[in-house]
Write a protein that binds this ligand. Structure first.
Ligand SMILES: Nc1ncnc2c1ncn2[C@@H]1O[C@H](COP(=O)(O)OP(=O)(O)OP(=O)(O)O)[C@@H](O)[C@H]1O
Ligand SMILES: [Mg+2]
Length: 730
């Protein structure tokens, strides 16, 4: 659905105080030509007479939007959907010669990250990254921990295991000057006003711009990956022969996606003027792209074993044994570091009927995010049926619950002091917990033993004047015992308490999603991401949702996103239809209608009454948008000599909004259109000036992709003007 409208630049009084801001305060009004009534128009609230931008009438007159304007004339001719360009169907999708020769995908995770690549000549082979140096006992490391270490003078030192081990080996005094970051991706999700200057705090409390931290990490991946790609290819590889893909959670908002892109530019992955060389892939979507390739022997189908009380009918433990088998196969597969993918869709899908739906839940460290898809046969493209959803319910929630449990036993002050004073020992403790966490299973009857580092026991005694054993006894935490070998023994009940809150949120979310009309009667639920390896999660999901659909776990569950991201890089048109996560639009002026518009929105200009602040939608929440579909709008700069037009974009989770001042509506971006210098003579010449006034700037916004893209063309000259939506300028 596409509409024509006029845009409004709202300015804060603060903005207007500066000369610079004044220069950029602009008014957008419809050009009255062809249509006889003053339809929607737009002007600056505070300085209505400064620069203006107009919408040519022929565009307006094609419009017939039912919902945007209270003005009858506007209904008649001002706003209309533009028939979107037909989505490329698979059979029509020519296999275009790819301008790049290798796709490198980076899965930048909250807890762990990795990369994989594929040569376009051989797209059915996906190469996984080389084995990382380091690694933890008891933990299968398919990816490297997302940890970064910077020197005291802010230079890159190391990433991954190397960073963690180096930080661990630093003298505690020295460590205070170094900057160590882990799990820093979560900050991007949780920061509501993310900008280029948002800061991250290192473990030692020093602050650095988040964009620098991400760029350091991406630069590390760039170098690591390029070296490996070069090792595997005989010809010399030019920088522009690589297509990069970075994965982000589907629930991330536009500023976060743009942030990742900016970090990639800073890291030198691609140049800003070769933006198309970098794709932002959505994590569950990437997983779904890979899942559709799955063969039956590559999955664990939890529903295939009938169960009573969570046990197989024969009393055996289905999760543990099936997972052991899968692990073994994975171990063998990992040995080769290359994976073959089906050229069509996998045989798992042969039982599906046209129109069958499935959910993919990426259960990662930080977020769990879900996508609902349908495979379009025979071409095998994907259609999103419901907007991406999810939240911060990743496996880190279990780590935080463990930390909270430690605080309950030993006191929050002590734990905070210990983390600050004995950072290496804290790292040891988290590693020990991670390994034990992965062995937690519903069938487990023995306690989960977590070794407390000697320095924890010693520091506690000196700091609090009593032993950890005494602390434990006094805490009345009966579900945690002390072992004389220096271990905390977590009973099954305690383990359950650590997992349940996080697992409960995941299930509640999926249940809620399954209630939606578009999602009812899904046939599969794919659990992917590292947390999906947890038998605790698998069992709970199977028990709660197994009666509604089949629960499927791909064998190499932690690498599903990475492999899918490579496939996405090879053919981004595979996801043909997406759902818009938010309502997007701009503020406009409409003709004021007495009794319909509130008086406080009345604005009088040139003797005419306008209703200001109306949100004019481009797309609505959960609206289906096909790849290649665009929203096209035309503007004309009304003031001769205008060099730049700034248009603010607003978004809102709900669709039920009328004004940009309504609750929940926020400014989320700015489109800046640079206009080329007008010819000098034209400015002083009345006729030419009028010509220039009608100069049309056609902006095209594409919403069906993983990112919102904008281009703008100066129709008078055919020259493309630079246009970008800046989501990071708030
Ligand atoms: N067997 C297991 N039991 C419990 N948790 C597990 C198990 N295996 C892995 N995890 C958890 O899964 C998480 C890692 O999963 P993954 O690599 O998919 O996350 P991520 O990509 O780093 O995070 P995100 O996608 O949210 O940014 C870790 O928090 C890890 O503790
Ligand atoms: Mg992930």
């Amino acid at each position: 659905m596409v509409m024509w409208s006029v845009l409004k630049q709202t300015c804060s009084p603060l903005l207007l105080q500066s000369a610079h801001a004044r220069l950029e305060t602009r008014e957008l009004v419809h050009q009255r030509r062809g249509c006889d009534s003053p339809v929607s128009s737009m002007m600056a609230e505070l300085q209505p007479s400064t620069n203006s931008l107009q919408v040519p009438d022929e565009d307006r007159c094609r419009s017939t939007s039912p919902n945007s304007s209270p003005s009858p004339s506007r209904n008649e001719c001002s706003i209309a959907p533009i028939t979107p360009s037909p989505s490329p169907r698979s059979e029509l999708r020519p296999r275009v010669a790819r301008p790049f020769s290798v796709v490198v995908a980076i899965d930048f995770g909250t807890t762990s990250s990795g990369y994989a690549f594929s040569f376009t000549e051989d797209p059915e082979v996906i190469h996984m990254m080389r084995r990382w140096e380091g690694g933890d006992p008891g933990v299968a490391n398919q990816k490297s921990p997302t940890c970064l270490l910077l020197t005291p003078d802010l230079r890159f030192h190391s990433f991954g295991f190397a960073a963690r081990d180096s930080y661990h080996d630093l003298d505690p005094e020295e460590a205070r000057h170094w900057l160590y970051f882990d799990k820093f991706k979560m900050k991007i999700h949780s920061t509501s006003d993310l900008t280029m200057v948002t800061e991250l705090e290192s473990v030692s409390g020093r602050r650095v711009r988040a964009i620098e931290v991400f760029a350091h990490a991406l630069r590390f991946f760039r170098e690591h990956a390029l070296k490996e790609v070069k090792d595997q290819c005989s010809s010399v590889l030019e920088g522009d022969e690589v297509r990069w893909v970075i994965t982000v959670p589907a629930v991330w908002r536009q500023p976060a996606k743009q942030f990742m892109r900016e970090a990639a530019y800073l890291a030198g992955l691609v140049a800003r003027d070769s933006a198309e060389q970098l794709l932002i892939a959505l994590e569950p979507e990437a997983a779904s792209i890979y899942c559709r390739k799955l063969r039956l022997h590559q999955v664990i189908d939890l529903s295939q074993r009938p169960m009573t009380n969570g046990l197989d009918v024969d009393g055996s433990r289905p999760f543990d044994s099936s997972f052991r088998q899968a692990r073994e196969q994975l171990r063998r597969a990992r040995h080769s570091r290359t994976f073959l993918v089906e050229s069509g869709t996998g045989e798992l899908w042969s039982e599906m009927q046209t129109g069958d739906k499935y959910i993919v839940a990426d259960c990662g460290g930080g977020t769990v995010d879900l996508t609902v898809h349908q495979i379009e046969q025979p071409q095998g493209t994907l259609k999103e049926l419901y907007k991406a959803s999810g939240g911060p319910y990743g496996a880190v929630g279990v780590d935080l619950a463990f930390e909270a449990m430690l605080c309950k036993i030993f006191g929050t002050d002590f734990i905070e002091t210990f983390k600050a004073k004995r950072p290496a020992a804290w790292v040891d403790l988290t590693i020990a917990f991670e390994a034990r966490k992965r062995t937690a299973a519903p069938s487990r009857t023995s306690a989960l033993n977590i070794s407390l580092p000697f320095s924890f026991i010693d520091f506690y005694k000196r700091h609090c004047g009593q032993s950890v054993e005494t602390a434990l006894r006094k805490s009345n935490m009966n579900i945690v015992k002390w072992s004389s070998q220096g271990m905390l023994r977590l009973t099954a009940e305690a383990t359950n308490e650590l997992f349940q809150p996080t697992i409960g949120k995941i299930i509640k979310h999926i249940e809620g999603l399954m209630e939606k009309e578009e999602v009812k009667n899904v046939c599969f639920l794919f659990l992917v991401g590292g947390f999906a390896e947890s038998p605790m999660l698998q069992r709970a999901v199977q028990n709660a949702l197994g009666h509604r659909c089949r629960i499927i776990i791909p064998q190499d569950v932690g690498l599903t996103i990475l492999k899918g991201a490579v496939l996405f890089g090879l053919d981004p048109t595979v996801v043909r239809v997406r759902r818009c996560p938010l309502t997007y639009g701009v503020g406009v002026l409409n003709r004021f209608v007495e009794g319909r518009h509130p008086r406080e929105k009345l604005l009088i200009k040139d003797g005419r009454q306008w209703c200001t602040d109306i949100l004019d939608r481009f797309v609505s929440t959960d609206q289906s948008v096909a790849l290649g579909e665009v929203v096209r709008r035309s503007y004309t700069p009304a003031r001769v000599g205008q060099r730049k037009i700034i248009i603010n974009i607003y978004c809102c989770a709900s669709d039920d909004v009328v004004y940009i001042t309504d609750a929940g509506v926020r400014k989320c971006g700015t489109i800046t259109l640079d206009l080329p210098e007008p010819e000098t003579g034209a400015i002083n010449n009345g006729t030419n000036g009028a010509e220039l006034e009608r100069r049309e700037i056609r902006a095209t916004m594409q919403f069906g992709d993983t990112e919102i893209k904008v281009t703008a063309i100066d129709m008078a000259t055919g020259r493309q003007v630079k246009a970008s939506i800046d989501f990071l300028s708030n």
